[in-house]
Design a protein around this ligand. Structure first.
Ligand code: ADP
Length: 249
């Protein structure tokens, strides 16, 4: 039976592509409230494993559990309704809408159902207020009225995070949140993920070791489709097999 503080669990999860094993039998136990990073050299299977966790692709073997209930084979939308959302999954940013409208749409999506005629205006006001609050959190409020297509790359990533926050997930999966960002944006996203993670659980694939060392509670290292090590940054960075996998073959 699963420990009570484990919110997300993978059991012997694996995936083959035409006879090639991209992910072998990887098990993962993510503790409630943790920031859990998945790292590994290129080709290690991180993306495939992430896609398996969120049901973007089907496993060849193994199971996934959220809060102790099996979610293997459920659709990404069903899993999102259960409280686990992958950033950048639901809506890619709508470029022709403003930053504020993008967040508002995510808020409305979360609530589902169209408002009736009488409540529409008041509701819209409330959604806009809440959207602005979230934009303040990700420091995008000054860009609220700009078209999403016009904002800078780092701001776009922050907007994607904002739309994810709007969905109020208990578990959030981030695929390389700092990818392609400059130093200042990286610091900002780190602080943001940390503050967002309070009371929630974050699982992220991340290449930037400074980010991994700075904000992860636990780390799982993959190499060639298998789990090499799991533990704190201090533990995995001192692990011989991990060092070898990063240094060469
Ligand atoms: P990472 O994200 O760690 O770089 P990936 O999960 O993208 O690793 O890929 C792991 C291995 O699986 C790679 O060798 C890759 O070529 C292979 N792979 C990934 N997706 C597919 C696919 N759809 N078809 C065939 N091979 C794939």
């Amino acid at each position: 039976p699963m420990q009570p503080d484990i919110i997300l669990e993978a059991r012997s999860l694996g995936r083959d592509f035409n006879g090639f094993t991209a992910v072998d039998k990887v098990s993962l136990a993510v503790r409630k409230g943790d920031i859990h990073a998945i790292i590994g050299p290129n080709g290690a299977g991180k993306t495939t494993f992430f896609n398996l966790l969120t049901s973007f692709i089907k496993p060849s073997r193994g199971q996934v559990f959220l809060d102790g209930a099996e979610i293997t084979g459920k659709s990404p939308a069903e899993i999102a309704n259960l409280g686990m959302v992958r950033s950048f999954q639901i809506s890619a940013v709508f470029g022709h809408l403003t930053v504020l409208q993008n967040v508002r749409i995510a808020l409305q999506k979360r609530d589902g159902g169209a408002p009736n005629f009488w409540s529409a205006n008041r509701l819209l006001e409330r959604y806009n207020e809440r959207a602005l609050e979230i934009l303040r959190l990700v420091r995008l409020d000054s860009a609220a009225d700009r078209l999403a297509v016009e904002i800078a790359y780092g701001q776009k990533r922050a907007l994607e995070l904002a739309t994810t926050i709007a969905l109020e997930p208990r578990v959030i999966l981030l695929d390389e949140p700092t990818q392609g960002m400059g130093h200042e944006d990286v610091e900002h996203i780190m602080a943001l993920v940390k503050s967002f993670a309070a009371g929630r659980t974050v699982v992220m694939v991340e290449h930037n070791m400074k980010v991994v060392a700075g904000i992860s509670d636990r780390i799982t290292v993959l190499a060639r489709g298998s789990e090499l090590a799991s533990g704190t940054y201090a533990e995995v960075s001192a692990n011989e097999a991990v060092i070898e996998a990063y240094m060469g073959r």
